[in-house]
Ligand binder design. Structure first.
Ligand SMILES: NC(=O)c1ccc[n+]([C@@H]2O[C@H](COP(=O)([O-])OP(=O)(O)OC[C@H]3O[C@@H](n4cnc5c(N)ncnc54)[C@H](O)[C@@H]3O)[C@@H](O)[C@H]2O)c1
Ligand SMILES: [Zn+2]
Length: 360
């Protein structure tokens, strides 16, 4: 099958996402085609490299730099290790940095590429479902600060993104599901057909059947790319991608990023937004239930009954999406459409959080 190509013509750089089973094996040609500078480095993690390093090494002679990839390591000291390896190898402006891993590797090594010598060429080869449909597209790179998540970063578009769904075969089921919540998010914000597909073809998706999986990833990439192209720096439209993320981020924060995979917290966050929308009368109860059904059928989410509403409300007040003291909140208005409001009251939020199952 011919690979799918999704163009991402952002104002700061035009690039292409190449997607298909086996595209990893053609990496060198793909990078030569986009004139990615010839000296190449690949930043990956020991885990990803153990599973797929031999395949990568066959496809490219990029010099490997391995760093540990838990969320805990998405910090400046790890970026410093990448700088150090680049400096010791005399990497210059004629170098390309390839990221080969999940969102943690993509974000932190992408940040290294954006800042080393004020920026060298960057290519993402994402290996988790979340990174393939989300993190690798759009140019956000960065790291966490001990005082908060994703506080240090930049917008830095890659030269290319190469997505090979066959690497997902080794991804733990929980990680795979975590990525699917973001796919559901795209369905809810932008595509009734993608939503229906995840609802109806869940079995094939879980079996990671290449045809279905590729189609789902391709549609997600198209949606993210279109939003990013229209609003590269998140001044407006890109905010719709925050659907489910306000309550989601708060849940992650109050559990110190230990209980939920990011996507799982977004799963709850979407339910909270839907409750709010139904109460306001902007979303039909049938649509809310359709969302709740898909989320429930994906599998169990970590418990929330011990988390207090007050605690989550407090965390929301520290959200990055606060602008001039007002929280921008994405409400679903139907499957495939949303509206952004900035007048959600504490009372409404309290009610929605309680209905989803948090402790009063
Ligand atoms: N830049 C963006 O726009 C953006 C968007 C969404 C999320 N993110 C960031 O992405 C990060 C989360 O990314 P993630 O969910 O990919 O997590 P991750 O990078 O931590 O990867 C999850 C786990 O899967 C392992 N893994 C990766 N690929 C594998 C494979 N093919 N087979 C087996 N194991 C594999 C990793 O070693 C890791 O243990 C967060 O830090 C988040 O902030 C960034
Ligand atoms: Zn997300």
């Amino acid at each position: 099958m011919e690979p799918v190509r999704v163009d991402v013509p952002t104002p700061s750089r035009q690039y292409v996402i190449t997607l298909g089973d086996g595209v990893l094996d053609r990496l060198t040609r793909l990078l030569d085609d986009v004139k990615a500078p010839a000296r190449r480095f690949v930043v990956s993690s020991p885990t990803v490299w153990r599973f797929h390093g031999h395949r990568f090494a066959k496809a490219s002679d990029a010099e490997p730099i391995l760093v540990t990839d838990g969320e805990r390591y998405k910090q400046m000291p790890t970026v410093a290790r990448v700088y150090e390896a680049l400096i010791k190898s005399n990497a210059d402006r004629g170098s390309t940095l390839i990221t080969f891993g999940g969102g943690v590797i993509g974000d932190l090594a992408g940040f290294a590429a954006a800042t080393y010598l004020r920026g060298i060429a960057l290519v993402h080869v994402p290996t988790t479902l979340l990174a393939q449909v989300d993190a690798a597209i759009g140019g956000k790179v960065g790291v966490n600060h001990p005082l908060g998540k994703n506080l240090i970063g930049a917008f830095y578009q890659p030269h290319a993104v190469v997505v090979d769904p066959s690497v997902l075969g080794t991804l733990p089921r929980r990680e795979f599901r975590a990525g699917l919540y973001e796919v559901i998010k795209y369905g809810m914000t932008s595509s009734p057909s993608l939503f229906a597909r995840v609802a109806q073809e869940q079995k094939a998706i879980f079996a990671r059947e290449p045809g279905v999986l590729t189609a789902v990833i391709a549609e997600s990439c198209r949606i993210k790319a279109a939003v990013v192209v229209a609003d590269e720096k998140e001044a407006g439209l890109r905010r719709i991608l925050n659907f489910g993320h306000t309550a989601g981020h708060a849940l992650e924060a109050v559990t110190r990023y230990r209980r939920f995979r990011h996507g799982e917290a977004v799963g709850y966050g979407m339910l909270v937004a839907a409750e709010l929308a139904v109460t306001r009368g902007v979303l039909a109860e049938t649509d809310r239930r359709a969302l709740a059904d898909v989320v429930a059928r994906l599998g169990p989410l970590p418990p929330i009954a011990d988390i207090s509403v007050a605690h989550v409300l407090e965390a929301m007040k520290h959200d990055k999406k606060m602008v001039d003291g007002r929280l921008h909140f994405v409400l679903p208005t139907a499957i495939g459409s949303t509206s952004i409001v900035d007048d959600v009251s504490e009372k409404e939020m309290r009610r929605a959080l309680t209905r989803v199952g948090l402790k009063k």
